[in-house]
Ligand binder design. Structure first.
Ligand code: SF4
Ligand code: SF4
Length: 278
């Protein structure tokens, strides 16, 4: 079973829940934990897992043959990423950090002056701790497309996932392409949120996305005793789902988080039992 730990808002405790849940499930089951927050992976730090590099990830970029270029400026006009500065009558200037490899410039060039090249945009890592196997993706600084890293992570684990009872995917915040890639083939999503207006707003966004992707979802309410729980209960009702666990705002949890160790809480055991029954 593949379970995503997600939630629209950053800082709600997704990684805290994902790592603690992986540790709890691993007491009885074989677990694969995927850190799919390529911009800021931290699960290996929380679990003190020493990562090894599995592979580098490359992305297609254009390469110019100026002998063929007639300085028409079309490649710059078509680039939505503003990765090409081109003025009619001048050779184009390329800014590789901006390029997401869409190939539009190659298609539009009338003389075939633009060929394919590649750039390294990140890496896939793996590690192990007890019953937990671990995979994470990490993007290079200043690269725009973390979904390519998550796609590479998905490819890397594809042939391995059947060996595990549970795959836990810790997604990044938001509802962008990298989150959609991380949610690929998930059987269930647990949306971690907090009882605040911001928490409610971003929870609604991720619940809308999960509805579109047809992934069943339950809510985990973190910092449950701070703020207005009614906000999240109303959202749960609106999206025909429910809150399956409430994690309190506790000093012991904050201490564990600040020391970079997985939290222990009876609510995490409750979530693990819930998943095992499903
Ligand atoms: S491949 Fe796409 S993003 Fe990259 S330079 Fe060409 S048009 Fe721009
Ligand atoms: S579209 Fe092709 S020919 Fe025109 S400026 Fe760009 S590279 Fe040169």
């Amino acid at each position: 079973m593949k379970v995503a730990i997600t939630g629209g808002k950053g800082g709600t405790g997704k990684s805290t829940v994902a790592t603690a849940l992986a540790v709890e499930l691993a007491k009885k089951n074989k677990v694969l934990l995927i850190d799919a927050d390529a911009d800021c992976p931290n699960n290996h730090l929380i679990l003190s897992i020493k990562r090894k590099k599995a592979k580098d990830v490359f992305q297609l970029i254009p390469k110019w043959d100026f002998k063929k270029c007639i300085k028409c400026g079309k490649c710059g006009l078509v680039c939505k990423q503003h990765a090409i500065v081109s003025i009619k009558g001048k050779y184009p200037i390329f800014i590789p950090e901006q390029c997401n490899g869409c190939k539009a410039c190659m298609f539009v060039c009338p003389t075939g002056a633009i060929k394919k090249d590649k750039k390294k945009i990140g890496s896939v890592y793996y590690g192990k701790k007890g019953n937990i196997s671990f995979v994470s993706g990490e993007i290079e600084p200043n690269q725009p497309s973390s979904e390519f890293i998550i796609n590479a992570v998905n490819d890397f684990v594809k042939s391995k996932q059947n060996k595990y009872d549970f795959t836990i995917v810790d997604t990044s915040a938001g509802t962008h392409c990298d989150v959609i890639s991380a949610l690929e083939n998930c059987d269930l999503a647990l949306a971690v949120t907090e009882p605040t207006p911001l928490g409610k707003h971003d929870l609604e966004l991720i619940l809308k996305l999960l509805k579109i992707l047809k992934i069943p979802c339950f809510i985990i309410l973190n910092k449950a005793d701070v703020g207005d729980k009614n906000l999240i209960e109303k959202t749960a009702k609106k999206f025909k789902t429910k809150i399956i666990a409430e994690i309190p705002y506790k000093k012991s949890i904050l201490e564990a988080y600040s020391r970079g160790i997985p939290i222990r809480d009876k609510n995490i055991s409750k979530i693990a039992d819930y998943i095992r029954i499903i």
